[in-house]
Design a protein around this ligand. Structure first.
Ligand SMILES: C[S@@+](CC[C@H](N)C(=O)[O-])C[C@H]1O[C@@H](n2cnc3c(N)ncnc32)[C@H](O)[C@@H]1O
Length: 261
């Protein structure tokens, strides 16, 4: 009897599996020839950021499988997006920039909370900084960003200028672990994207300045590869009752931490 029941379960499971495969075939759109690099927005020439049509991205499941591109509302926004596009196509090498979709998330969160002061650790050539500035133009805010590498800092200055956002930015050249201790006043949003071992130190030094209701974001938050420092950071932002943290795993992996009111 038991053997019979097992046999019936096995046949039902097999049929269910086949039915599932058929259903997937019917529902899935044909896979477009898109590389993982393009899906992650890590920018190859030709990807572009022109006015976007929503489309379903093959190889992704769930609600996040729809992709769109930013559509400029004004000429100024168009100009900034075109600088970002150019950086995406021509400057990414060695700059460790956030993927486009993460940049868009930074802009969106900044504008949503009406941030007046964003602090970024890890400027590189200014790519993520310019995404912040897209929002800060509208919130009358400013960006303070830290970079230890002189060559990248100089490139960032050039990029801020050609995007026309240099007046919104204070670039501090030096070791951010030391330099952030000089920061005064309230901060609405912190973005940590530098030395991974230093994430918890940045959190400890900057979270007291973040206003209640403000956000602390950190990039490359993925436990894959066992990055040193990340596990400590994740523990720090998930065990403190003053903080509420979610993990946005698309793109480069961003943790979004709310400093509770
Ligand atoms: C991942 S990149 C930043 C990318 C940038 N946020 C973007 O998306 O365009 C990290 C940057 O942090 C800088 N960095 C590393 N350690 C630092 C430190 N102690 N202080 C300031 N900057 C640092 C590196 O030189 C590098 O340019």
């Amino acid at each position: 009897m038991l053997k019979k029941i097992m046999l019936v379960i096995a046949v039902v499971a097999l049929l269910a599996g086949v039915a599932n495969l058929i259903a997937q075939d019917e529902n899935d759109e044909p896979a477009a020839p898109q590389t993982q690099r393009q899906r992650r927005g890590t920018g190859r020439p030709g990807r572009g950021m022109g006015p976007g049509q929503g489309r379903r991205m093959p190889g992704r499941t769930g609600a996040s499988s729809i992709e769109s591109s930013p559509i400029p509302k004004t000429e100024a926004e168009k100009k900034i997006l075109s600088v970002l596009d150019d950086m995406d196509k021509n400057q990414r090498r060695g700059m460790m920039n956030v993927p486009i979709e993460d940049g868009r998330l930074l802009r969106l969160l900044t504008e949503t909370i009406g941030a007046k002061h964003v602090v970024e650790i890890g400027t590189s050539n200014g790519y993520s900084g310019i995404w912040f500035c897209l929002a800060l133009r509208k919130t009358n805010g400013k960006l303070t960003t830290y970079e230890i590498d002189a060559r990248r800092a100089s490139l960032a200055r050039e990029n801020f200028k050609r995007a026309g956002v240099d007046k919104l930015v204070t670039l501090v050249e030096g070791d951010a672990h030391k330099e952030v201790t000089k920061l005064k006043g309230s901060v609405d949003l912190v973005f940590i994207d530098a030395d991974k071992e230093g994430y918890t130190d940045y959190l400890n030094k900057l979270s007291p300045l973040v206003r209640p209701g403000g956000l602390i974001l950190a990039h490359n938050i993925s436990m894959r590869g066992g990055r040193s420092g990340i596990a400590d950071y994740v523990k720090a932002v998930t065990t403190n009752p003053d903080l509420e943290t979610i993990f946005y795993e698309q793109g480069g992996g961003i943790s979004v931490t709310l400093k509770k009111r």
